[in-house]
Structures are given as C-alpha cells and as structure tokens.
Design a protein around this ligand. Structure first.
Ligand code: AMP
Ligand code: GLY
Length: 430
C-alpha cells in the first residue's frame, strides 16, 4: 500500500521509518516532512499542514491507500474530516473527536460521563473563579490553559501568585478559559492506544520527561526524552489503561456520535489511590511515541490501516520486543522560551552509525547552501536500543556525543532513575 504521512517532526520521522519497515507498505510520501525523512521517503511541499484542501490534493495526486496525520493541529482543524469526506482511509480523528485534546474542559466532561478516574477540576472563565478554585484545591497549584499549547500551557507551582498570574494570562486570550485542578502525586506514564472507533489496542507504556533540565528542573517543554519499558510499573498497566480509561472513552465518543479513530494518547499519573488521567492527546506523543513505536514488532502499516478501516478486531494483542529503548532530545539554545534557529548541525552521520542507535530529525532544515541547520526548539532525537535501560542509555548518550549544535542542550538523566531502580509507585491504599 501507499501511505501519506502528514507532519514534519521526529514523531513523523519515526512513523515513516516504522511504516517503511512493514513489507505491506510499498511507498511512503511525507508532507511536508523534514531533511531526515527526505533521506528515506519522498517529501512534498505543504506550507500549512492544517490546509485540508492541500492535504486532500496530495492524497489524490499520489493515489494513496492510507493517510496518517501525525500532529494535533491538522486534526483539530479538521484535516481528517476532509480526507474521509473524499473516501480516504485516515488514521487520525475527525475534528469533533480531536476535541479530546483541543479542549481540556471537553476532555473532563467526557471522562465524567465515562466514569474515568482523573484529577478534580474547576473550569474557570473569570478571575474571581480562578481565585476560588485555587483556594478550594490548594497547593501545589495546577493551572491549565484550555486550548492547545504544545505542552507549555500548564503551570504547576506552590506559588499562588505565579499560579494566579498564569490563570489571568490564559483568560486574556480570545475565548479565554482555563482549568484549575487537583495536584496528582506519582510517576507519569504515556500509553498510546490505537483505536478504530470501537476497538482498542495499546502500545507498550513509555515515560516522558517534560521539564527542560536534569532532575526535573525548569519549565515544562514538549518533552525532552523518553524510555520504555517501565520496570517499576505494574506489569498489566497497559490492559488496566484499556479497561478503565481507553475503552470507556472510546465507547462514550461513539455514543456521542463522534467515534474516535486514531491514537488516544493517555497521559497518566500512578498515584497512591490508583491511576488518574492527567491528559488526553489525539496523536502519538513526541518523544514518548518514538520510544513505544521502537518497541513495537507488529507491522505498523497493517495495524494503522486496520484501525482506519474499522477492522482492528482482526488484530490480537500487539507484539513488542523486550529490549529497552531510550530517546534523548537535543534542543536549541533558548528552548523552551525563545529558541534560536539557524545554527549549524554536524555529526549526525557519526551518531547514526553508532551500533544500536539512530537519529530522528525534529526541527531541522537545509539552508541555501544545502547545509543542515536548526529550525525549531527541539532539533533532533537520538533513539537507542539495549538489553536493559542502562545499556540503552549508554548507547543513546554515546551517539549524541557526536552531535554538535551551537548552544544546543539536552538532559543527561533520561531513564537514569529507572535504570537505578529509584522510581517507585506509592502503595495503593486499598
Ligand atoms: P498537560 O498539558 O495536561 O499534559 O500537562 C503537562 C504536564 O504538567 C504534565 O505532564 C504533568 O507533568 C504536569 N501536570 C499536569 N496536570 C497535573 C496534575 N493534575 N498534577 C500534577 N502534575 C500535573
Ligand atoms: N511528549 C508529550 C506530548 O507529545 O504531548
């Protein structure tokens, strides 16, 4: 089959790589792709990935059998709707279903209807409501912009003044709405659920590192690294997430007349009172998705095509290998605040040649002279496999040591606590 992948980040680079490894996939076209993707697949110009007419035209020109939409923005903008209206098999939800990521207030409402465990939350539209909610739920304060904010709309702080200031900033936006919620104490997990509107299959759980600095210092980012498996997590976690979260949500979305086809990304906290949903996204995570996808053995093209065409029931549980995978993100100077772009990148050939590791491009482009330069906040990922987390970490950082990017930075502690057996889930109180 021929597959069109929409998007330009490391997640899409990983999707293209895994799709090409599936013998049932004859050709992959990416739009707009990036220089890393261009080395393994054809890339088409796409000035704006949310331009549904342009995406439909590309699908038609290449007579593709399947379209995989990677990022949230085109999904929330209705790109999948437009493709389905023209009869294409699409992996990615319609706009109405992508609302699970597009609005935190909507996600909370669906969870309440479906009986899914999550943090207590207050939706606020006025400064007075924000103050009341902060005092009702107490410190640490969790204040979230209602809409899409690329992982940067959330402030978690013990400082009430900072929490209130973020709340007021969210209200200042057009249609400003925010959610103040209960603080969830416990390690976070990402579980990517492949959904066909009715059935659900889960990838191996991964953990993401959201804060910019070692030891979880500094502000939230889109994600600085990830690993899988989670040796400290309950062995049946993925099934528990299907049973208590994903299946009830998929059933509720179908009941509402907006079936969810695509990846339901369940962000969880494992608290002393059991698992609680932190957030939903309507796509694979980045970089946590890269860790889970690298562990998947089930061929990706057939799996996503089955989900897109409502035939996931034909798939048994997904197959994963037992190696450990560690993903480390190299970010640009100034990320996540105001990332600097246009810096030269070198050493990728050497990094890629490291046994057990490879490089995914995220924010890169070629300049007029054809040289690789940075073009975004998160510039690239190194993905490494090993017999255990310690070995995968070693390989990832060895590969990354070849890369040079002026002002670039990365965390040095991705998967470190897990490799040392220092991550713990608090005992469940009954
Ligand atoms: P979100 O955009 O909802 O994923 O939030 C981004 C990050 O903020 C999460 O990955 C958590 O690290 C943190 N966070 C969000 N909600 C909570 C919560 N209720 N309790 C503790 N931390 C949270
Ligand atoms: N890494 C978190 C996300 O993709 O939202």
């Amino acid at each position: 089959m021929k597959v069109l992948v929409v998007g330009s980040g490391a997640r899409e680079h990983a999707l293209v790589r895994s799709l090409l490894a599936d013998p049932s996939v004859a050709e992959v076209i990416a739009a707009p792709g990036n220089p890393g993707i261009a080395a393994i697949a054809a890339c088409e110009l796409l000035a704006d990935a949310t331009d549904a007419t342009a995406v439909v035209a590309l699908a038609a020109r290449h007579t593709v059998d399947l379209v995989v939409v990677g990022p949230e923005a085109p999904l929330v903008a209705g790109v999948a709707d437009a493709l389905r209206a023209q009869g294409y098999a699409v992996y990615g939800p319609d706009a109405a279903a992508a609302h699970l990521e597009g609005s935190k207030a909507f996600a909370k409402a669906v969870m309440a209807s479906a009986g899914v465990p999550t943090a207590l939350a207050h939706v606020c539209t006025t400064p007075a409501e924000v103050e009341l909610a902060l005092d009702a739920l107490g410190s640490p304060y969790v204040v979230k912009d209602d809409g899409l904010a690329a992982g940067k709309g959330v402030v978690v702080t013990t400082d009430r003044t900072e929490a209130l200031a973020h709340g007021l900033a969210c209200l200042d936006k057009p249609g400003g709405q925010l959610v103040v919620e209960e603080y969830l104490d416990g390690p976070e997990v990402s579980v990517f659920c492949i959904c066909d509107g009715t059935e659900v299959r889960a990838l191996a759980p991964a953990q993401d590192f959201k804060r910019v600095g070692d030891g979880d210092a500094g502000p939230n980012t889109g994600g600085m690294g990830a690993y899988s498996p989670l040796p400290w997590a309950p062995p049946k976690l993925a099934q528990e997430v299907i049973d208590t979260v994903a299946q009830p949500v998929i059933d509720e979305m179908r009941r509402r007349g907006t079936p969810f086809v695509g990846t339901l990304y369940v962000g969880l906290a494992l608290t002393a009172r059991g698992l609680r949903v932190v957030e939903f996204n309507c796509r694979f995570g980045d970089p946590d998705g890269q860790a889970s996808l690298e562990r998947l053995v089930t061929p990706l093209g057939g799996l996503l095509y089955a989900a897109a065409t409502g035939r996931l029931a034909e798939f048994d549980d997904l197959h994963h290998h037992s190696d450990a995978v560690v993903v480390v993100v190299e970010a640009a100077a100034g990320y996540p605040g105001s990332p600097r772009t246009g810096d030269a990148i070198s050493g990728l050939v050497e990094a890629d040649a490291t046994e057990g590791a490879y490089v995914l491009h995220a924010g890169t482009r070629r300049d007029e002279a054809g040289l690789l330069v940075s073009s975004g906040g998160r510039v690239l990922n190194v993905v490494a496999r090993g017999a255990d987390l310690a070995e995968a970490r070693h390989t990832a950082y060895l590969a990354l040591s070849n890369v040079s990017l002026a002002g670039g930075h990365h965390r040095t502690d991705i998967a470190l606590a897990a490799a040392r057996g220092e991550v713990t889930v608090k005992e469940r109180a009954g």
